[in-house]
Structures are given as structure tokens and as C-alpha cells.
Design a protein around this ligand. Structure first.
Ligand SMILES: [Zn+2]
Length: 200
């Protein structure tokens, strides 16, 4: 074979082979992409609302109704009036009161209870509690904020402590048990009670 013809010929063959290889690679890549790409389709309105409902449920769990937690500021003022005041007991009574008030609601969850304010008047001390909670209503979760008034009334009745069960006068106001009827007493804190619950 003539060398002058041989080199252009091999060059042409090489170009064809390279082109062929590149073509095969490109086709394979396209096939792989097509195979692995998820099919893109527009979700139905129903799916969108379902997802939004699910999202709002999750958001509700993450961001319950905002509360003004002022326990640190209020506690010294409350304890000036009642040194034995127990915030834990206040929260327990608050949750108990909410569960009773909202007993007809489905899936009630009380996220948090805080002391948000305190009003000290000569005859009535009021701790304002706030509670963030949620319950289910017609398939959707509703986030609510409730206000509870926890009051201590200072009146003639409280001058001499008496048993709330049998009415007997108690010589020892710190007694844990009534000496007459043996009913359990909550000394001091027994005077504090949840006086009002409202949404707010
Ligand atoms: Zn008693």
C-alpha cells in the first residue's frame, strides 16, 4: 500500500472509531439518566392539602402558641406575700383544671404552663398563668393559648385555718392531715385555687 494513501486512511478510520465510541458513551449516559431520574408529575390538589395539613401539624408541634414566661420576675413578688408558694403546684393545678375544662376535646396536649403576671391586692393575690396547648378538631390540630387565674383570697375565713373537708379549726396551719377527719391537707397552698380559665 502507498504510504501517502495509508496515513489519511488510518486517520479517517480513527476519527470514525472515536466518533462511534463517543456516541455509544453519550447514548449510555442518556439511558442511565432517564432510568434514574424520578418521573416528574404535578401533585393533585388533594395531595397538596394533605401535605399542608401534615406540615401545619408538625409546625404546631414545633411552635406552640407563644407564652410570656415571667416566672423569674414574678416569683420574688409572690413569695413576699406567701413564702411557701410553689410554682410546681400551681402548674399541676393549672393542668388539672385545663383537663377538666377541655375534657370534651380530642387528643388534648398541654405543651407548657408559665407564670405570666402577678397582681397583689390587699385581699386578693392573683397569679396569672398562661398555657399553650393543642387539641384536635374535625381532623385538624388547633393550637390554643389559655389564661388561668390562680388566686389566694385573704379574708375573715382565712384568718383561722380550717379543714376543707369537715370544717374543723386547725390549730397547726402547717399540718399535713386533719386531726379530726384524717383528710389530707395542703397547708398554705390549699388556699390557692384556680379561679378562672379562659382562652386568650
Ligand atoms: Zn377534717
Amino acid at each position: 500500500m502507498n504510504l501517502e494513501l495509508f496515513f489519511p486512511f488510518t486517520f479517517l478510520i480513527s476519527v470514525i472509531v472515536i466518533c462511534g465510541v463517543v456516541l455509544v458513551i453519550v447514548l449510555n449516559i442518556r439511558k442511565a439518566i432517564k432510568h434514574h431520574m424520578p418521573t416528574i408529575r404535578t401533585p393533585s390538589l388533594h395531595e397538596i392539602t394533605d401535605n399542608l395539613q401534615d406540615l401545619s401539624r408538625k409546625m404546631g408541634d414545633m411552635f406552640p402558641a407563644a407564652l410570656q414566661d415571667r416566672e423569674a420576675a414574678c416569683l420574688p413578688l409572690i413569695r413576699r406575700d406567701d413564702p411557701s408558694f410553689s410554682p410546681t403546684l400551681a402548674y399541676t393545678y393549672a393542668k388539672e383544671g385545663l383537663r377538666m375544662r377541655l375534657s370534651d376535646r380530642n387528643d388534648l396536649r398541654i405543651h407548657r404552663v408559665v407564670i405570666s403576671d402577678y397582681k397583689s391586692e390587699p385581699r386578693e393575690k392573683t397569679v396569672i398563668l398562661q398555657a399553650a396547648l393543642q387539641y384536635e378538631n374535625n381532623g385538624s390540630v388547633e393550637q390554643k393559648r389559655y389564661v388561668l387565674l390562680y388566686t389566694l383570697t385573704i379574708g375573715k375565713d382565712n384568718q383561722s385555718p380550717h379543714c376543707p373537708n369537715c370544717g374543723a379549726p386547725l390549730s397547726d396551719p402547717k399540718a399535713a392531715q386533719c386531726p379530726y377527719c384524717d383528710s389530707r391537707l395542703l397547708p398554705q397552698d390549699a388556699d390557692w385555687r384556680i379561679s378562672e380559665i379562659y382562652e386568650g
